[in-house]
Design a protein around this ligand. Structure first.
Ligand SMILES: NC(=O)c1ccc[n+]([C@@H]2O[C@H](COP(=O)([O-])OP(=O)(O)OC[C@H]3O[C@@H](n4cnc5c(N)ncnc54)[C@H](O)[C@@H]3O)[C@@H](O)[C@H]2O)c1
Length: 302
């Protein structure tokens, strides 16, 4: 793929990692943030990641922090936004960005859950706008969901899919702009049942996590649920669904158990207790275990 000029808007957790991936793939990247401290530290943060991963440290030289939005995006072929998860802020930013860029520059939002349609509906050229949902950390998790709206052209989707594939990511085309896209719908379908099992005292939180991690979680990185259904037989899958689905949680609202945890201030790591209690050491240990696992998984062929 030809090298492109990429502009990243927002230099936080996701933005700096996205800039790193594109720079490592050989693209020239500008990065803008309205907070000076974010821009001032972006090179340091990218360099630390590159060192830690053993990736080519010279890639950081292709990332240019720019303190003016117009200057950052003016020449870009592709702009990706990763500012705070705030709809009016994102709408306002894209309206501004559109004044500076070429008519064919592709505009992408990295929102986690806001519908892309809502973010992009006010644009003059909505056909070049789409979503790209990266996962944290962007340089370790391969998936990028590429979300099409009713206005997005096939050319914009095709360019974006190829751009990410060439940068070593695994782009997944989401053909309709549905809440949660694909990944978070799947993830939270599982989380709903996980909370329900604890709520109904079938087991405790630790046991839910153990059952997942020690059983199908082991396989999930190499065997998706539909591959698995084919492997065991769709007839067996149908039989299991007939027995189990009527009993699985299907409430269209969050569990009262989860509502109560939040109301009681049991917010997880940040308060020291959520579904379980967490000391500072246990939190650090779990974070480091996840990072180590993701680094090791870079060698997996997913
Ligand atoms: N953190 C995750 O795991 C994750 C995963 C996928 C998607 N996302 C999404 O990515 C986006 C960014 O999330 P994050 O975790 O990087 O947040 P973050 O808070 O780390 O970074 C946001 C950045 O936006 C900057 N910013 C705020 N207002 C701005 C403005 N007007 N112009 C330019 N920059 C501005 C902030 O200074 C900050 O550096 C959000 O939409 C989030 O939902 C996050």
């Amino acid at each position: 793929m030809a090298k492109a000029l990429i502009a990243v808007v927002g230099a936080g957790l996701m933005g700096h990692g996205i800039a790193q991936v594109f720079a490592l793939a050989g693209h020239e990247v500008t990065i803008y943030d309205s907070v000076k401290a974010s821009l001032d530290t972006v090179h340091k943060r990218i360099l630390a990641n590159l060192k830690d991963l053993g990736d080519d440290e010279r890639a950081v030289e292709r990332v240019t922090p720019v303190a003016d939005l117009g200057e950052a995006v003016r020449a870009a072929d592709y702009v990706v936004e990763a500012v705070l998860e705030d709809l009016p802020l994102k709408q306002k930013l894209f309206a501004e960005i559109e004044q500076f860029v070429r008519p064919d520059t592709i505009l992408a939002s990295n929102t986690s859950v806001i519908p892309i349609t809502r973010i992009m509906e006010g644009l003059k050229r909505r056909e070049r706008a789409l979503g790209t949902h990266w996962w944290n950390p962007p340089y370790l998790v391969p998936l990028v969901e590429v979300i099409e709206t009713q206005w997005t052209t096939p050319q914009a989707i095709d360019f974006t899919m190829k751009l990410h594939a060439a940068a070593g990511k695994q782009p997944a085309h989401v053909k309709k702009d549905v809440p949660g896209f694909i990944g978070n719908r799947l993830q939270h379908a599982l989380w709903r049942e996980a909370v329900s099992l604890v709520e109904h005292d079938i087991c405790d939180a630790e046991t839910v996590d153990k059952v997942i991690k020690a059983a199908f979680g082991r396989r999930l990185a190499v065997l998706g649920p539909l591959e698995n259904a084919d492997m065991v037989g769709t007839d067996l899958t149908l039989a299991i669904h007939k027995t189990v689905l009527p009993d699985i949680d299907s409430r269209p609202a969050p569990s009262p158990y989860l509502e109560k945890l939040v109301a009681d201030g049991k917010l997880g790591f940040k308060s020291g207790e959520g579904f379980r209690k967490w000391t500072a050491e246990q939190q650090a240990e779990l974070r480091s275990k996840v990072l180590k696992h993701l680094k090791n998984a870079r060698t997996l062929d997913v």
